[in-house]
Design a protein around this ligand. Structure first.
Ligand SMILES: C[S@@+](CC[C@H](N)C(=O)[O-])C[C@H]1O[C@@H](n2cnc3c(N)ncnc32)[C@H](O)[C@@H]1O
Length: 184
């Protein structure tokens, strides 16, 4: 059975319920501003892209799954493939990552893969995010969360952890909001 946010998203013409999480985060933390150049990691099916386009951003996105019917700069690749850097300039204002691995049901393995994706998002941010740029990363709460947050804090002036109201109660997903990247 579809939950109420998925049904609402379909009714309102959005490609997924995730759009309400990004809206809530941005209303609260103001990480994305009109006209920003934004890179969306794990952008399929595209509801964050829709939000970013509505905010008049220059939108770039990467996913292994193809996103169709939206006008933005789409790179159909794996984020671990270093050839993505041939396509990206190093002047993004914001990077958002909703990357999530295909789950296997094996808790430790799923958490490890999710954390790896978070580290990859941070690595990409170190390379292509502007000084003072902002980063948003989805992470599944786990016993290595503190270690990751510490690493983010080493690179950004302001870091907060937030669980959007729209996230399913039983879901362990949370979002890390990191503002003002420092060039170390
Ligand atoms: C939760 S979905 C993103 C939803 C999206 N924010 C939206 O609003 O429509 C997570 C995405 O991460 C992508 N993904 C996972 N691992 C990836 C990888 N290694 N490289 C590229 N994309 C990946 C998946 O294909 C999936 O589309």
């Amino acid at each position: 059975m579809r939950d109420k946010h998925t049904l609402r998203a379909w009714r309102e013409g959005f490609l997924g319920r995730a759009i309400y999480k990004l809206k809530e985060i941005n209303n609260r933390y103001n990480i994305i501003k009109k006209g920003n150049k934004v890179l969306d990691l794990g952008c399929y099916p595209g509801s964050w892209v829709q939000y970013l386009l509505d905010t008049n951003c220059e939108v770039w996105g990467i996913d292994v799954k193809e996103v169709k019917n939206l006008k933005f700069k789409f790179i159909n690749k794996d984020v671990y493939d270093d050839s993505i850097f041939e396509k990206l300039d190093n002047n993004f204002d914001v990077i958002v990552s909703d990357l999530a691995p295909k789950t296997t049901g094996i808790k430790d393995l799923d958490q490890e893969r999710s954390l790896d994706l978070c580290y990859r998002a941070l690595e990409i941010a170190k390379k292509v995010l502007k000084k003072n740029g902002n980063l948003l990363v989805k992470i599944f709460d786990n016993n290595r969360l503190d270690e990751y947050v510490k690493e983010v804090k080493n690179n950004f002036s302001y870091v907060k952890i937030f669980k959007p109201k729209v996230s399913k109660k039983r879901s362990k997903e949370i979002y890390i909001i990191a503002k003002s990247k420092q060039n170390l």
